[in-house]
Design a protein around this ligand. Structure first.
Ligand code: EPS
Length: 355
């Protein structure tokens, strides 16, 4: 069941990234500066590579907004790839005489090169890596920014925090960890936490396996490139029931909880506490230090190819996760409260909160 849906398209070095979003109610003020600031946040973070110096992502809205407010019609977004200028020939849409020498044929371990090229029957691995690149997360963050604007209208806000880079815990150590890794031609991953506040009780459901908001959030975050672990709330491994579960208390006539180990979800439904989602990103698989691999053209063992890459992108990844969580929350809110205009949505939302 999707009330908020969208598709994105675009190759990493193609002309642009784009999205068409459906389901955003009418009457929502769209602040382009806010969207562009989210794009800027995604580009930042210590350890990003040269590409981030070329790009200065900004969004163009080409439909669905008039005089600064949503119309209720599909919203189209475009982000131009500045780097396309340098890749016009390689990324040509027109038929080109592609010789074997131009094809990229060395599988990079950890990327989609091997699996994707077998699945889609491509000899030139560029046909896979262009779309599997995390570059596409730029347009996803733009879609997420629109979702965040809707959430803000209901008083719901989110933020993220990097909690570990490699073996370094605590932000004062991250820079030196990344510097050390970079010097050795390697890459490094890490962990971050996204928190959303002021959520209502009742998003998601226990009635079917695919209606639980925890499962939906896990999919949205797990499918961000390079994510390998998603946790909701406190990792319960090793804790006893009495240590883990959040007790109910009554304080000044109001229901309160002793802790929030559940991360704001019980039975697949939001419980009104802060939503807390953490994820672990693997080290980026493109490294100056080569790995053993195979050249699909010759079938011989060789070493992995390096063009350029980020040494660490955990901070950016956290911004992408904020966006993806916003998509899920907006969908669940529209499913539960409905509303074709912001006015109607707000009315439904406020009435429901008074019970
Ligand atoms: C990215 C752009 C890419 C990479 C990165 C994400 O730029 P390029 O491939 O031109 O250097 O920096 O992609 C990956 C980490 C990946 O694994 O594909 C971006 O805009 O975020």
């Amino acid at each position: 069941m999707e009330k908020f849906r969208f598709l994105t398209s675009g190759e990493s070095h193609g002309k642009c990234l784009s999205a068409i979003i459906e389901g955003i109610p009418s009457g929502i003020e769209i602040n382009i500066d806010f969207i562009n600031n989210e794009l800027k946040r995604r580009q930042q973070g210590y350890g990003r590579g040269e590409r981030m110096q070329i790009e200065c992502d900004s969004v163009e809205i080409t439909s669905g907004v008039r005089f600064g407010k949503t119309l209720g019609s599909p919203i189209s977004l475009v982000i131009k790839n500045r780097d396309f200028e340098n890749w016009q020939k390689i990324m040509s849409i027109a038929p080109e005489d592609v010789t074997d020498e131009k094809a990229f044929s060395t599988y990079r371990p950890g990327h989609a090169d091997y699996t994707g090229s077998i699945k889609y029957c491509h000899k030139d691995l560029r046909n896979i890596l262009e779309r599997s690149s995390a570059r596409k997360t730029a347009i996803e963050v733009a879609v997420g920014a629109i979702a965040k604007i809707l959430l803000k209208n209901l008083g719901i806000t989110g933020y993220s925090e990097v909690t570990q880079i490699g073996s370094a815990c605590g932000c004062e150590n991250y820079k030196s960890e990344i510097d050390t890794v970079k010097e050795s031609g390697d890459s490094v991953g890490g962990k971050f936490t996204v928190t959303y506040q002021n959520l209502p009780v009742g998003l998601g459901s226990h009635v079917h396996w695919d209606r639980g908001i925890d499962g939906r959030l896990a999919q949205a975050v797990m499918s961000i490139p390079a994510i390998k672990v998603v946790e909701i709330g406190t990792n319960p491994l090793g804790l006893k029931g009495s240590e883990y579960h959040d007790e109910f208390l009554i304080k000044e006539g109001k229901i309160e909880r002793s802790t929030n180990n559940a991360g704001g979800i019980e039975g697949g439904i939001t419980n009104g506490q802060d939503l807390i989602v953490s994820a672990i990103m693997k080290p980026i698989p493109t490294m100056l230090k080569p790995l053993n691999t195979i050249d699909s053209k010759t079938g011989k063992q060789t070493q992995s190819h390096y063009e350029r890459s980020d040494v660490c992108a955990v901070e950016s990844c956290a911004v992408v996760a904020e966006a993806r969580i916003a998509w899920i929350l907006v969908n669940e809110i529209l499913l539960k409260y409905g509303g074709d205009s912001l006015e109607e949505l707000k009315r439904n939302y406020t009435n429901s909160q008074s019970f």
